[in-house]
Design a protein around this ligand. Structure first.
Ligand SMILES: *[C@@H]1O[C@H](CO)[C@@H](O)[C@H](O)[C@H]1NC(C)=O
Ligand SMILES: *[C@@H]1O[C@H](CO)[C@@H](O)[C@H](O)[C@H]1NC(C)=O
Ligand SMILES: *[C@@H]1O[C@H](CO)[C@@H](O)[C@H](O)[C@H]1NC(C)=O
Length: 385
């Protein structure tokens, strides 16, 4: 009886001894409960150190105000129940275990677009456990988080987005998060340039119970693409706008020119509508500029029609009043004396409707040039101030 027991023991021992790792696993997980917080002192918090690594910024969408980024999070804590003496186990000082078999902190991205995908569930991915109890959990995620964007200065804007890592249920007295370091290899990404990366610790409630770590990402936009595709065409068409009033009324093209410019502008506008940010609490100055320029173009069409109708008006111009004075201004600089008629009774120049129309054109040219220039300068000042 004793002999068989001894033999059984020996067989058991030898079968185990050919896999020390197996013996180690059995020893550790014999009495391990992944639901229990890994501290022997139940009133002490588990300190979880967090390392953020920003791998890439996939996109930052202004229409949905979403930041899609690939990040790695490295969590390190001490599990007091996962400790062994490595001299007893052939110097094995590290084992890999599926994350769901050990205690892991309950974390989620608190500003994630979808709550479900924001939860960091311990899956089948392995984490490392060291013989002194240190557990290191690498998590790679594509996070989709909300980002309040300020598009006032589009396309010369800098956006600050954040990825918030918070406890799902644990309070700070149970699990304490602390940032260790943040890093990123990336400098640029598509149309965005990484300006700054910052991490801070914060409480989500007034009672200071629920803690969150905030990874702040500042991105500045490369404006060149937008300058070439939006700003340049709009400015060029803005230059064309006053030129309309240099077209003489007798040429017969006076109305078709501003209408063609308006059409060209609307073609650019339809292309623009895809590039300009769609919704935003704060309207982009560029959007306001585009609208104002559209208004100026409509005004110039209306004014050209007015100038042509003045030109073809019959009858005499009243001797007094605005028409007379503007007509006199319209005659200025015209050296052709053949139509420099003078009324014999009053000894005053006779002003024709053509003169009035010409004066109107001159005035409109000045107003339009000054207006376009002023609006452009004001908008530029707002964007770059
Ligand atoms: C348990 O942790 C609490 C809080 O950190 C500490 O005040 C207390 O001394 C600890 N008890 C023991 C036995 O270590
Ligand atoms: C580990 O075990 C060896 C041999 O059993 C012993 O000498 C050593 O002191 C132990 N180390 C620790 C840290 O307990
Ligand atoms: C535990 O061991 C690992 C690997 O040897 C080491 O990096 C870590 O600093 C140790 N942690 C503590 C708390 O001693």
């Amino acid at each position: 009886m004793l002999l068989t027991l001894l033999i059984l023991c020996f067989i058991g021992f030898s079968s185990c001894s050919d896999s020390v790792a197996n013996r180690l696993h059995n020893k550790i997980f014999d009495n391990y409960n992944p639901d229990v917080r890994p501290t022997t002192n139940s009133s002490a918090a588990v300190d979880v150190e967090v390392v953020f690594i920003l791998e890439s910024v996939r996109k930052l969408e202004s229409s949905s105000e979403t930041l899609v980024a690939s990040i790695y999070i490295v969590l390190t804590w001490k599990d007091e129940f996962l400790v062994w003496n490595k001299t007893d186990y052939e110097e094995i000082d590290r084992i890999l275990i599926p994350a769901k078999r050990v205690w892991v902190p309950d974390l989620y991205f608190s500003n994630s677009l979808s709550v479900q995908s924001g939860i960091l569930t311990p899956g089948d991915y392995k984490l490392s456990v060291y013989n002194n109890g240190t557990v290191i959990w690498y998590i790679g995620r594509t996070s989709e988080t909300r980002c309040d964007m300020n598009l006032e200065k589009f396309p010369f804007d800098t956006q600050t987005c954040s990825i918030n890592l918070a406890h799902w249920a644990s309070t700070v007295s149970e699990v304490k998060l602390s940032k260790k370091e943040i890093s990123s290899q990336l400098k640029t990404c598509g149309t965005w340039n990484l300006e700054q990366l910052l991490a801070k610790e914060e409480f989500m409630d007034d009672a200071h119970q629920y803690q969150q770590l905030i990874l702040q990402i500042s991105l500045s936009r490369y404006p060149l693409f937008y300058v070439l595709t939006i700003i340049l065409p709009i400015c060029l068409l803005a230059v064309l706008n006053p030129v309309v009033f240099l077209v003489p009324a007798e040429s017969g093209e006076k109305i078709s020119v501003p209408v063609s410019i308006l059409l060209a502008y609307s073609v650019i506008l339809s292309a623009l509508s895809e590039l300009l940010p769609e919704v935003s609490d704060n309207i982009s100055i560029l959007g306001v500029y585009v609208c104002t320029m559209l208004c100026l173009k409509v005004v110039s069409v209306v004014a050209s029609v007015g100038a042509v109708s003045l030109y073809h008006r019959s009858g005499s111009v009243p001797r007094e009043g605005i028409y007379h004075w503007s007509g006199k201004y319209g005659r200025c600089g015209i050296k052709n004396t053949t139509d420099h008629l003078v009324d014999v009774n009053t000894d005053k120049e006779i002003i024709s409707w053509q003169d009035v129309s010409r004066a109107f054109d001159r005035i409109m040219f000045c107003i339009m040039s000054a207006g376009a220039l002023l609006i452009s300068i004001v908008c530029a000042a707002f964007i770059f101030h």
